[in-house]
Design a binder for this molecule. Structure first.
Ligand code: FAD
Length: 417
């Protein structure tokens, strides 16, 4: 195999997918090239610029995203796209509610399509070629990868899979390599326009719901300036489940003017479907290929920051390609190691997800929330879990203290005995 780790040689990188992970990988590769001839192409099937196509997302950009953009990609954080700052969460379990805010930098709500357009335009301005077509097939050869698109074929030394959870593209790679896509949760998204501007306070908190419905793992109502975005997620959520969620009094209670209006406005009746990865992909790198972002399943299990993880893993893949090479060994030694923060937290995230599903089914989350009102350590644990500001390992460290567990048990016993 041609030794592409050799920094004196030219390098052709084709990135399939121009979402956050793909554009970050392209921008970081360009930046790290430092005089070496690196030819970078992003193949993106959607058109974000005229808002013709969307990637399903609520569009909450969380720390350390601004810092990653400026320090690792030399890209200004697009504050001009802000639809408001998110300062905290209001968590609703079956019977209880708690406000969770910490001393972290706030998150920023944007329209995701505008963020994707901003990143792709920035890539183009930096000399990265954006190929507007879908990749439809691939061939791996000893000296190159051939990428067939809807209107031309491209050759690369290495191909980066930044295609999110696109099932067709995942299947292309699975046919040609040992790669197997991550498992996924499905999500249904809709919008609600209350008719009058959201009040200041209502506009700064995301309402997170853990309903006791066996198939809805979580739901959220997120302020986006003039409207609220509502989403639910679970193994197989669908439109009737969204209707059920919207019928819950506690959900209607956070939709301003909903009771008076009694119905959706005509713009608000559309439901959209998306997917979240909930496990690691198998064989997400090999000779001449590497997956980033959702395609790799390299995201925080259960609750979020998918955009931030996509950007982070895109940068890490670029660092490996430019500094270490494009063989399975190079990705194993550098890319996997660089992602050990995400990888080592996955089992803790899986555990938390299963525990939350079980606890909500048996109405055991209410005593936890009641105990958190009086216990700063538990309060911080819940804030970190919901906001994704700390690893699940640290969340569990805060929650599984004997004093905290005793307090939760006391709350449970007070009600049930
Ligand atoms: C309902 C919902 C809400 C979410 N809300 C948030 C949130 O508020 N904040 C947050 O941080 N994360 C959120 N996420 C997660 C976030 O959207 C993802 O983690 C993130 O978009 C992953 O980025 P990516 O670049 O890996 O993939 P994607 O953003 O999915 O981008 C993949 C791109 O590849 C392109 N593509 C796929 N196949 C091909 C092909 N064959 N040829 C050409 N192009 C192709 C697609 O068109 C797409 O543009 C949400 C996810 C869902 C489902």
């Amino acid at each position: 195999m041609r030794d592409i780790g050799d920094k004196s040689k030219d390098l052709r990188v084709v990135i399939i997918g121009g979402g956050p992970a793909g554009t970050a990988c392209a921008l970081a590769s360009k930046r790290l090239a430092q005089g070496r001839r690196v030819d970078i192409t992003i193949v993106e099937g959607k058109k974000f610029a005229q808002e013709q196509h969307f990637n399903q997302c609520v569009g909450v950009l969380s720390p350390p995203l601004p810092e990653l953009l400026t320090t690792c990609l030399d890209v200004a954080f697009p504050s001009h796209l802000s639809r408001g700052e998110i300062e905290g969460y209001i968590l609703h379990t079956g019977q209880e509610t708690i406000t969770l805010d910490g001393d972290m930098q706030p998150s920023t709500a944007v329209r995701r399509v505008q963020f994707d357009a901003y990143m792709l335009e920035t890539a183009q301005e930096r000399g990265i070629r954006v190929f507007s077509a879908r990749a439809v097939d691939l061939e791996f050869h000893a000296d190159r990868v051939v990428i067939y698109t809807e209107n031309a074929s491209l050759e690369a030394d290495v191909v980066v899979g930044a295609f999110g959870l696109d099932e067709g593209t995942g299947a292309l790679f699975a046919r040609q390599t040992p790669y197997r896509p991550p498992q996924a949760l499905s999500s249904v998204v809709t919008k609600y326009h209350p008719g009058s501007p959201l009040e200041e306070a209502a506009g700064r908190y995301i309402h997170a719901f853990l309903p006791d419905h066996p198939r809805i793992e979580f739901g959220a109502v997120t302020p986006k300036g003039n409207h609220l975005t509502i989403n639910i997620a679970g193994r197989s959520v669908d439109a009737p489940m969204m209707q059920y969620f919207l019928s819950l009094p506690e959900v209607q209670g956070v939709l301003p003017n909903f009771a008076e209006a009694g119905k959706w406005n005509a713009d608000d009746q559309q439901f959209f479907k998306g997917r979240f990865p909930c496990s690691l992909a198998r064989c997400y790198y090999g000779d001449r290929y590497v997956m980033v972002g959702d395609a790799a399943g390299l995201v925080r299990t259960f609750k979020g920051k998918g955009v931030t993880s996509g950007i982070l893993t895109g940068i890490r893949a670029a660092e490996t390609i430019l500094n270490a090479g494009i063989t399975a060994e190079a990705f194993d030694a550098h890319y996997r190691l660089a992602n050990r923060d995400i990888l080592s937290d996955l089992p803790f995230g899986q555990f938390m997800r299963r525990a939350t599903i079980l606890f909500s089914r048996y109405h055991l989350l209410d005593p936890i929330v009641r105990a958190a009102h009086n216990d700063p350590s538990l309060h911080k644990g819940l804030f970190d879990a919901v906001s994704a500001h700390a690893s699940y390992r640290d969340v569990m460290r805060n929650i599984l203290k004997p004093r905290v567990v005793a307090r939760i048990v006391r709350e449970f016993v007070n009600v049930h005995v």
